[in-house]
Design a protein around this ligand. Sequence first.
Ligand SMILES: Nc1ncnc2c1ncn2[C@@H]1O[C@H](COP(=O)(O)OP(=O)(O)OP(=O)(O)O)[C@@H](O)[C@H]1O
Ligand SMILES: [Mg+2]
Length: 249
Amino acid sequence: MKKVTVVKFGGSLTKNKDAQKKFIRELAGLSKKENIILVHGGGPEINMLLEKLSIESKFVNGLRYTDEKTLEVVEMALSGKVNKMLAAELIRNGVSAVGISAKDGSTAVCSVMKKLGFVGNPVKINKKLLEVLMKNGFLPVVSSVGIDKNANAVNVNADSLATAIAVAFKAEKLVFLTDVPGVLDLAKKTIKEIKIKNIDGLIKTNVITGGMIPKINGCKSAVLKGVKNVFIIDGASGIKKMKGTVIKK
Ligand SMILES: Nc1ncnc2c1ncn2[C@@H]1O[C@H](COP(=O)(O)OP(=O)(O)OP(=O)(O)O)[C@@H](O)[C@H]1O
Ligand SMILES: [Mg+2]
């Protein structure tokens, strides 16, 4: 099989239609040369749908508290709306994309973090379904809904999911596209390269906060587990330019 690149498209970018269009076009080009697994989040779409349905969003240390009602909305927004939209856009650009969730084929089996409700951490990636798709020329688009050992759906942080998939596939490259030009310092300037030994310090000193924490921790774990090329990049300038931060051993 050709080398695998795992790309995580930040839900934060779904608001930026231009960035999205450009991303899809560039990814279509890239998919001719590499096997790509596209993982996505969808924070804003989840919030919008929760609001429409008058369900309150609750966060515990930056992570969404997910009760049963919220979980249903998470699935609708991620696996229903964002997933199908990204897959359809890729198809429009000539790519045989297939939208699945990480629940399908038990792709990401998760342990549940009780204090957050139905929120999971991937503990095992079953590669079979993704392999079958890629071997037959399909590009998998994966929403961040996993499955627990009792076959319940669980909400997974999309950064953690992308990381776990990249590690399982011994990916050549793991790229996070987000709504900022990489990791910024306190003066809001891009830090071009971060060594993994400096990551904990950047979190402790509050340089890295919020949604950047699971992302940078994902990068660290991916680098430690052998993924050689790990980047956090500006989704607006695209996956060709790769403007942002490289994370190195
Ligand atoms: N040092 C930092 N550099 C850059 N962004 C940072 C930093 N610290 C915190 N952030 C925040 O992290 C955000 C990116 O993470 P966020 O989870 O919001 O987006 P995403 O992961 O792309 O989308 P989603 O979670 O919906 O998939 C930035 O918009 C910024 O507000
Ligand atoms: Mg995020």
